[in-house]
Design a protein around this ligand. Structure first.
Ligand SMILES: [Zn+2]
Length: 302
């Protein structure tokens, strides 16, 4: 059984997957959730082990993959995690010594890419897929030659903080400085937050859900804004196609649930690629909120 853990600020979700005999399809044998104990690192590890022990009751664990905020620094210690008791700790080493199996860790976008490549929306892709999360922020991950590309600085496949391609203030609104320090980051436009920010700058305060409702109700301002948003997304994905040319691009996060996005972005994509006859499919994820924990399980299993 391969095990995935999705560690968030409020809950830790665990999943145990077993490959069905004679196929590449994995079946879920156990799912279990516990609240995240953030009082201390020791208490946190105990809550993680509680989930692992519940899952382990359903089969022999071969490997553990973890989807988690933050990353492992060059010194092997955790950094940038919003579960702050994790930072500065040898989390992976501690879990390895307590479970005696391989433990790997990746961020949510990497887990989405793996999950969808393995048995989700990109299952027909033979070698490669890119996953882009358009939610509160914009994270992305990439699978090439059937392997997750994490990169030497753990930045492999990340496009959220590249500048938005072809930024034009007449179309995209005023230039904006991102919290990361760069100007006009892609995340500032194509995330759900960016979608609402640029609308509010142009018209009036509204959140992304309200704007989509207006689009569906036929409001011309909202529709015009939505067209610009789809164009921004097509520019972003077009630059991915030019750079790595994945077989499939899978979208995740809150904005990926807006079904109207797909036909529009697919239509505009070739306007931003070097070759105009691209066949790259832009598709919605299959596993939704479970992508994180499923992708984590596949970290050691590809
Ligand atoms: Zn940025």
């Amino acid at each position: 059984m391969i095990v995935g853990l999705d560690i968030g600020g409020t809950k830790i979700e665990g999943i145990g997957l077993v490959k069905l005999a004679g196929s590449d399809v994995y079946e879920t044998v156990i799912k279990h959730r516990e609240p995240t104990n953030k009082e201390s690192y020791a208490a946190f590890i105990d809550s993680v082990m509680l989930v692992i022990d519940k899952v382990a009751a359903h089969g022999k664990i071969e490997s553990i993959g973890i989807g988690c905020c933050g990353s492992v620094g060059h010194d092997g210690l955790m950094q940038g995690a919003n579960v702050t008791v994790l930072n500065g700790q040898d989390f992976i080493g501690d879990l390895r010594s307590r479970t005696d199996v391989d433990v790997a860790i990746a961020n949510d976008a990497d887990c989405l890419a793996l999950s969808e490549f393995k048995d989700g929306a990109a299952i027909d892709a033979e070698q490669s897929c890119m996953a882009v999360i358009i939610g509160t922020g914009c994270g992305s991950g990439i699978v090439i030659n059937q392997k997750l590309v994490t990169g030497s600085n753990k930045l492999g496949g990340e496009i959220g903080h590249n500048p938005l391609p072809n930024f034009n203030p007449d179309i995209d609104g005023k230039a904006v400085k991102c919290y990361c320090g760069s100007m006009n980051c892609t995340e500032s436009f194509v995330s759900g937050t960016g979608f609402a920010r640029t609308f509010s700058q142009k018209y009036f305060e509204a959140d992304s859900k309200q704007i989509i409702e207006m689009v569906r109700a036929g409001d011309s301002k909202a529709q015009e804004h939505f067209d610009v948003y789809c164009d921004q997304l097509a520019r972003t994905l077009g630059s991915i196609v030019n750079f790595v040319d994945p077989e499939v691009i899978v979208l995740g996060g809150g904005m990926s649930n807006v079904d109207e996005i797909y036909a529009k972005v697919q239509d505009k994509l070739h306007a931003y690629t070097f070759t105009k006859s691209v066949t790259t499919k832009v598709v919605k994820n299959c596993h939704g909120d479970s992508s994180g924990v499923r992708g984590a399980a596949f970290l050691n299993a590809l």
